[in-house]
Design a protein around this ligand. Structure first.
Ligand SMILES: [Zn+2]
Ligand SMILES: [Zn+2]
Ligand SMILES: [Zn+2]
Length: 106
């Protein structure tokens, strides 16, 4: 999955980036001034401002949200999805709502 190399966001590419420049930031602790290989700090994710994981790890909510959005977009692009049944249910609900409105006496 693509991520903005500048601010590490998954929402956009670097070309569209208005975010923080993190190209010199340690991706383990989110601080500047050292390389990750020299990092002695706790893991901290600046994407979701949470300690205990690094940016883009499987525990990162920002990463997981972006991942599920990407998966959803991929399913949509393929046309048919596992969600088809659910979508049909929604349609049926909409239709019955619509007919209920039409049948409501004035
Ligand atoms: Zn960015
Ligand atoms: Zn660090
Ligand atoms: Zn995170």
């Amino acid at each position: 999955m693509d991520r903005c190399y500048k601010c590490w966001s998954y929402d956009h590419r670097a070309a569209d980036c208005n975010g923080t420049d993190r190209t010199k930031t340690c991706y383990k602790c989110g601080k500047e001034g050292h390389a990750v290989t020299n990092c002695t700090d706790e893991e901290f994710c600046p994407l979701c401002s949470t300690a205990g994981h690094r940016a883009g790890s499987g525990r990162c909510v920002a990463f997981r949200r972006a991942l599920s959005q990407a998966n959803k977009a991929e399913r949509d692009a393929r046309g048919h999805s596992e969600k088809e049944d659910k979508m049909d249910e929604d349609k049926v609900e909409e239709m019955s709502e619509e007919s209920a409105k039409n049948n409501t006496p004035q």
